[in-house]
Design a protein around this ligand. Structure first.
Ligand code: PSU
Ligand code: MN
Length: 311
């Protein structure tokens, strides 16, 4: 670890032990806990994702900022605090310095989490859906995208959230050299549903194939992420049309209420969840657990591969 980080980063004993033993580790974000899901589904989900990672033979490292310290690996009390406290921040890269200085606490976004994970040499990360280019307000682009462009990690997700402009999000990833790898599919998933009618740039049918692509990407000297997109499991996936209608309504409501900045994504997701009842919540929970499982399988193969050099 860069010595500058030592006084600000706190690596949990379990993650530190896993690192010293060379065990497979999967980093997890925490904005989904603080801003993405209601209590108590959020604490249940946080634990379920960690359990999925463990059952697949890897160690989970959930990332968050607590009282100005950047934590990698959380205990149950810390998870419970993130799930239930009211005044927590959403930590994207631009927020970290302020949070450190003011000793604030919050959930780290995909952008914030992968920055931290990479700084402590973790190479595999799981989330639900990445942020991307918003349909409105114009010019709202998630910090997840530029961070993916400069962080050499394997990111496992169910595509970008359906509230976003998916074609524009894929164009951004293409412009910035981020391979989009469909997992057992060649179609970019749309978070709640499997279909977007948009192609990925490649396809991998197993954890081994993902690792092979990652190895080639970084052997070539590339320094961007690989985005591995996993369709939501069929038993929880929603019909495209139902999602489309709910998103249209949610976008109208956001416009009317002039929602801006960091509130846009949580507002839209919350509104879609209200409009579709339990279906979107179940899809969200199901795909998050599934992604954690697949990320752990990839992390194990990655560890076994002697040819991968750290980037
Ligand atoms: N998944 C959810 N809810 C969320 C997020 C993911 O179900 O709130 C978070 C992720 O952490 C993602 C962030 O990085 O939303 C993107 O927010 P923004 O569009 O403001 O960058
Ligand atoms: Mn934004």
């Amino acid at each position: 670890m860069n010595p500058n980080l030592k006084s600000i980063f706190r690596i949990s004993p379990e993650v530190a032990r896993a690192q010293s033993l060379g065990a497979a580790i999967v980093a997890l974000e925490s904005t989904v806990i603080t801003h993405g899901l209601p209590y108590p589904e959020n604490i249940q989900l946080a634990q379920d994702m960690e359990n999925e990672v463990r059952q697949a033979g890897a160690i989970p490292a959930t990332i968050a900022v607590l009282e100005g310290m950047v934590h990698v690996g959380l205990n149950i009390n810390q998870l419970e605090h993130l799930a239930s406290a009211k005044d927590l921040h959403k930590a994207s890269p631009r927020d970290f310095s302020r949070m450190v200085v003011n000793k604030e606490s919050g959930g780290t976004t995909v952008a914030g989490s992968i920055y931290v994970a990479h700084a402590v040499d973790i190479r595999v990360f799981a989330t639900g859906g990445i942020g991307g280019v918003h349909r409105q307000p114009a010019g709202d682009i998630s910090a997840d995208l530029p961070q993916l462009a400069k962080t050499p990690m394997i990111i496992v997700c169910a595509g970008a959230k359906a509230i976003l402009d998916l074609p524009a999000t894929l164009e951004y990833l293409e412009t910035h050299g981020v391979p989009v790898v469909g997992y057992q599919t060649s179609e970019f998933p749309a978070f709640y549903s499997a279909r977007s009618r948009l192609p990925t740039s490649s396809r991998a049918d197993s954890p081994e194939e993902v690792v092979e692509l990652a190895r080639a990407h970084w052997q070539l000297g590339m320094t961007s992420a690989l985005l591995v997109t996993v369709p939501p499991p069929p038993e929880v996936a929603m019909p495209e049309e139902e999602v489309r209608q709910a998103v249209r309504q949610a976008l109208q409501d956001a416009k009317k209420e002039r929602v801006r900045g960091q509130r846009v994504t949580p507002y839209l997701l919350q509104r879609v969840s209200e409009l579709t009842g339990n279906a979107s919540l179940l899809a969200n929970l199901g795909l998050l657990r599934n992604n954690a499982d697949i990320a752990a399988q990839i992390a194990r193969r990655f560890k076994l591969d002697p040819k991968i050099k750290a980037v």
